[in-house]
Design a binder for this molecule. Structure first.
Ligand code: UT7
Length: 323
């Protein structure tokens, strides 16, 4: 059977690094509180005028370079983002133009912090159905543009960045030993809209809005739902937690990451953690962690990975993939 196999990974982080202590000048907060409650130490913020699609193009170029390919070899782009450059067209079509691609298809998946697992499920479907052979699954966000800088409960948590995964359809045996995406598991429940949302939009306020979050409640749902979806995806793949080489979690909070690993029975030395350096980059966090995990030499060919994420919607899910 055809599997969507990872053949390249890359990321981009804006130049400006903001340490926790910088917030102490304008907010009633401290480096100690941010580290202790979230595990975050610093984050990157996009420069003035730097856009989501520009960051996505840089990440995509790095992924293509790793595979020794060019944009002409790609026939689909899926960008997970809730912070596109414009209301439309999609950031993905801007990435397509930015890479100099003239064919194929490109579209966005706005599923908040769960965006990258949703994008990979879509990317997998395009490959398995024969619509695309090589495609870029990208997560890219400029959450610094939708912060309320007076709300200490949110603005210290988020950061900007982009990560890109290049996938290729390859004939594999159809077993759990195959390389590539082995299973996906997606969920959402719109009744929880008010726990995490942006308070503006085209058809409501005609403004961009800022992010609002009931942190404690989102935390509770995350701890409950992430291990559950990861187990479900592993089961669909005919595998279990003991087979996992690396959990590549959404990087929102080190305490959520740790508790999810504990619930799954996976040691923290098998979890890729980047939250201390990136903060919560929403849909960009998993591809950023994948890219850093590969660069650090943690993730190696043949390793079994589980990526899991939850965010606004609520929407959540997971992907099981053999590297
Ligand atoms: O990526 C999408 C999914 N999002 C998440 O997964 C985020 C999930 N939530 C979280 O990560 C955590 O809930 C937070 C990091 C947002 C907050 O941690 P917490 O342990 O849940 O703290 P809390 O919201 O219960 O607040 C505890 C106290 C409060 O003060 P009182 O009411 O106890 O006096 C807050 O006002 O901490 C206060 N607080 C702060 N103090 C210093 C909230 N933000 C800050 C801050 N600095 N930045």
């Amino acid at each position: 059977m055809i599997r969507a196999v990872p053949i390249g990974i890359g990321h981009y982080l804006p130049e400006r690094v903001v340490e926790n202590a910088e917030f102490e000048a304008t907010l009633d907060t401290s480096d100690e509180w941010i580290r202790a409650r979230s595990g975050i130490e610093r984050r990157h913020f996009a420069a003035e005028g730097e856009t989501t699609s520009q960051m996505a193009v840089a990440a995509a170029r790095a992924a293509l370079e790793m595979a020794g390919l060019t944009a002409a070899d790609v026939d689909a782009i899926v960008v997970a983002t809730s912070t596109p450059d414009l209301t439309f067209p999609s950031a993905a079509t801007m990435v397509q133009a930015g890479l100099g691609m003239e064919g194929g298809c490109a579209f966005d998946v706005p599923a908040g912090c769960a965006g990258f697992v949703y994008a990979l499920a879509n990317a997998n479907a395009l490959v398995v159905s024969g619509q695309a052979r090589r495609e870029l699954g990208i997560g890219a966000e400029t959450f610094s543009r939708i912060m309320d800088w007076t709300d200490r409960g949110t603005c210290v948590l988020f950061g900007d960045g982009a990560g890109a995964l290049l996938l290729e359809g390859r004939e594999e045996a159809g077993t759990s030993a195959d390389r590539g995406i082995l299973a996906t598991d997606l969920h959402s429940d719109g009744r929880y809209r008010d726990l995490l949302y942006v308070d503006g939009g085209v058809s409501s306020s005609q403004t961009t809005g800022v992010l609002r979050m009931e942190g404690r409640e989102v935390f509770r749902h995350a701890v409950e739902k992430l291990a559950e979806t990861a187990h479900a995806a592993l089961e669909k793949a005919g595998l279990g937690a003991a087979d996992v080489d690396w959990i590549v979690p959404h990087q929102a909070n080190l305490r959520i990451i740790t508790r999810t690993a504990q619930k799954m029975g996976v040691d923290m030395d098998r979890v890729v953690v980047t939250v201390q350096d990136h903060g919560n980059t929403s849909a960009a966090s998993i591809p950023l962690a994948l890219s850093v995990g590969v660069a650090r030499g943690q993730i190696k060919p043949g390793d079994l990975l589980v990526a899991e994420a939850i965010g606004g919607g609520l929407a959540w899910g997971s992907v099981v993939m053999r590297w």
